[in-house]
Design a protein around this ligand. Structure first.
Ligand SMILES: [Zn+2]
Length: 593
């Protein structure tokens, strides 16, 4: 294995990597957007079906033409933010992207007005390929305000409601925490101290939680002001935009309906005892009477230290996908062969991991920091599931149909993790290895499906409290959080008192115009578990159906995509299938005792 294998080759995305030629291409991107504006601004209202088709096809061709250069700049920067050229190019790309956004903002607004005037266009056979895209544009129309109003809101929000988010993230990124590690006091930034939550040392985990939340709680007055302002602003905006419930904006953005999400959340509530059963089992595995909050996602104390080389990870993951489908396995292998994965650990590289699709190249790029741990292999399998999704989607759909919402976007990736789990379990030699693998799957499932559900209940309860005319001070918000949390955990976990301040650190609560970011995680997790259960029941006949679902991109709503597989996501029985799969994993874990 050469070092180079772990460093991606971004040059495939551009005709030339010469910075001057890249700058030129970015400039021509702006010029072409302005040409589109000159041609169509103020005229979309007069288009017939053929005219709309031309407009959308041109928009898609434009996306494909310039996607590579923009992503090249972004990815180069995320791979090395200390590189001067990368910094300049990323900056230039961002500026160009913003200018293009401004120049073309009129398209959806004018298109929305046209569709509102003539809704029959949505079903016009000429526009069949864009049907759902147009449906989504139309769904937003009744909630749009006049152009001057929209402009004013954007302008006022920037230094108004959106400033709370900045304050929250500035607070977190500038605070340091003193903690005693092996007899020495260390001063750690927030980003580092939270890494200790996963420490194998139980006392250290406890200390880290205690110190962080105690400090966050000291500034409760700031957090309460922020969250109150953001929630009250949302209630005002709901009135102004005529959203019937506080979740409507989010339902539209995620392309789902209330019936589906109600059915999902009921299923969660009905199954809290299943999750609690796992938490009690985990306590037993950890030799505890009951888990404390800092044990919930902690590693098992007797988990074996397993190391995976880059080559091992590559072959395990390819085999995992190959066992499901040869075409998908082949694409996963291609991601390695074409060097589309950046796994090298180095300074200046952005933290975390992501997969960026490359529609024009019908492929994708992945960034991660590969540290040889089982978690890194899982991350790789996860991101490669996103890549397989991109391979299928970009072969079947136009860019307008590849704006996949959060509920469906994680389908390929979480499914890929389960394929890897199957593979690793089949090769596990010891009981401890098996326990570590299953607990890892169930920890993630528990966090995404159940812990996040507590956040859904919590967010809803804040709007309800404000609407009842009550004031949200820090203690009131903390009480709402604890109530929501206890609906999920019951008495299965002991909480440190300071954990009532847990809501203070979740950035999402403070992001303006981004309400109910949470249930899509719940949806994705349970959706994939249900699909995986079906795969186990139907075996090979399930494979083409699953690939069709991924290939559909955003050309259909999640409800329709599921219906094509004969599934009704508005029915709680569908979601129960996902729970059944979780139960099987819990049984499997119990059998190892
Ligand atoms: Zn993902």
């Amino acid at each position: 294995m050469t070092e180079d294998e772990m460093i991606w080759d971004l040059s495939q995305m551009v005709e030339s990597t010469d910075p001057t030629s890249i700058q030129k291409k970015l400039e021509s991107m702006i010029v072409e957007a302005e040409k589109v504006r000159d041609k169509y601004h103020g005229k979309i209202g007069g288009l017939d079906a053929k005219g709309v088709l031309q407009l959308l096809e041109m928009k898609d061709a434009y996306t494909l033409k310039f996607e590579g250069v923009v992503k090249y700049c972004r990815l180069m920067y995320s791979a090395n933010s200390t590189d001067t050229v990368a910094k300049q190019l990323n900056d230039a790309a961002r500026r160009a992207y913003m200018k293009v956004g401004q120049a073309l903002a009129f398209v959806d607004i004018e298109l929305g007005k046209l569709l509102a005037k003539d809704p029959s266009l949505v079903a016009d056979p000429v526009l069949a390929e864009y049907r759902h895209y147009l449906e989504r544009v139309l769904r937003k129309v009744p909630h749009m305000l006049s152009e001057p109003e929209e402009r004013l809101i954007i302008m006022k929000d920037k230094n108004g409601i959106a400033a709370w988010e900045m304050l929250q993230s500035d607070w977190l990124s500038t605070r340091t925490f003193d903690i005693e590690i092996e007899g020495k006091t260390k001063t750690l930034p927030y980003g580092e101290i939270i890494g200790l939550y996963q420490s194998p040392n139980r006392d250290l985990r406890k200390q880290a939680n205690q110190i962080v939340y105690e400090n966050l709680g000291k500034d409760e007055i700031i957090w309460a002001s922020a969250i109150r302002a953001v929630c009250e602003d949302h209630i005002q905006m709901c009135k102004l935009r005529k959203y019937p419930i506080s979740m409507t904006q989010s339902l539209i953005a995620n392309d789902v309906d209330r019936q589906t999400i109600d059915s999902l959340m009921h299923t969660i509530e009905k199954n809290v005892s299943l999750y609690q059963r796992y938490l009690r089992l985990k306590a037993k595995l950890m030799g505890l009477d009951r888990l404390a909050n800092y044990d919930v996602v902690a590693p098992l104390p007797n988990a074996p230290e397993m190391d995976y080389s880059w080559g091992q990870s590559h072959s395990e993951i390819v085999d995992a996908y190959m066992g499901f489908d040869e075409q998908m396995g082949g694409w996963v292998d291609e991601m390695f062969e074409r060097r589309h994965i950046d796994g090298e650990v180095r300074k200046g590289k952005s933290s975390g991991a992501f997969c960026s699709s490359w529609m024009a190249g019908k492929s994708a790029y992945i960034l991660q920091s590969f540290n040889k741990k089982m978690g890194d292999v899982y991350t790789q399998a996860h991101e490669l599931g996103h890549a397989a999704h991109a391979y299928l989607g970009s072969r079947a759909q136009k860019p307008s149909n590849l704006e996949v919402g959060s509920c469906i976007a994680e389908t390929g990736s979480i499914f890929g993790e389960l394929l890897l789990t199957e593979r690793l379990l089949s090769k596990a030699k010891t009981k401890e290895e098996k326990q570590a693998i299953i607990a890892n799957v169930l920890d993630e499932f528990g966090m995404a499906a159940f812990q996040v559900s507590a956040r859904v209940f919590f967010e809803q309860s804040m709007y309800d409290t404000i609407k009842r005319g009550e004031f949200l001070d820090g203690e009131t918000v903390a009480k709402l959080w604890v109530t929501a949390r206890d609906r999920i955990y019951g008495d299965s976990v002991d909480w440190l008192g300071v954990m009532k301040w847990e809501w203070t650190m979740k950035i999402h609560y403070y992001i303006a115009n981004y309400r109910f970011y949470n249930y899509p995680y719940v949806f994705a997790q349970l959706f994939v578990f249900a699909l995986y259960k079906l795969y186990k029941e139907q075996d090979k006949s399930f494979v083409p159906k699953f690939k069709r679902l991924l290939a559909a991109g955003s050309s259909k709503a999640p409800r329709e995509l599921a219906a094509e597989l004969g599934l009704d996501i508005t029915d709680e029985r569908f979601w129960e299938k996902g729970m059944k799969q979780a139960e099987e994993f819990i049984d499997m874990l119990e059998d190892t005792l």
